[in-house]
Write a protein that binds this ligand. Sequence first.
Ligand code: 13P
Length: 244
Amino acid sequence: MRIGLVVGNWKMNGGLASNAKLLARLADDWRGEVPRRLAVCVPAPYLAQTQAALGDSPVAWGVQDVSEHAAGAYTGEVSAAMAAEFGCRYAIVGHSERRRLHGESDLIVAAKAGAALDAGLVPIACVGEALAERERGETGRVVTRQVDALVAGLGDRVRECVVAYEPVWAIGTGRTATPAEAEDVHALLRKRLAEAGTGDVTLLYGGSVKAANAGSLFAMPDVDGALVGGASLDADEFLGIARA
Ligand code: 13P
């Protein structure tokens, strides 16, 4: 189902004291007053804190990764079922930082999305091209390969995913894709997903989204919301994006 959605990805940031302030602000200030949902994906050690702080609020929460395995001898991994026990709604899978720094392939990302779905979580599956790929004119080919792998791995269940387009060159760089650049790729992804039988998947844009540029991105017909890194650590910025 296509919904308006803004998700914060805290990445490896936070601490008990700063989280408490940020989560309390979100719980106090967000009333779900616009037709957009709000969520934060926090580091796994803070799930209990997040659940306690947001439990009665309309703000949802999730994890930034899950294992593709259900359980077993996988030291350091967190399963989707464990995240679900802490009330998570979302699980980011295939973030470019995990693809790049942890060697996650398209196949593994699809398996992780499947594991999240098996545990009742909504996967937020990330796709996006590197700068060199964009400069070689390969953006369409790269994101098509990534989304096709998701469809191949999940079949019909891809309709239960959220897909996030995050051009790697726009992440943490302050260089946002223009609304037209984002729309081009979102339209391509939507067409590809429609060919696979599901055109109404929620599509988020991510990469240097701020309160100041969110409105023009959200005005694009195929941009349903945002996956926000740095700006999600600042309550005013994050709420500003949610209300843009
Ligand atoms: P920034 O918003 O910090 O560019 O990060 C985007 C991102 O990677 C969200 O997953």
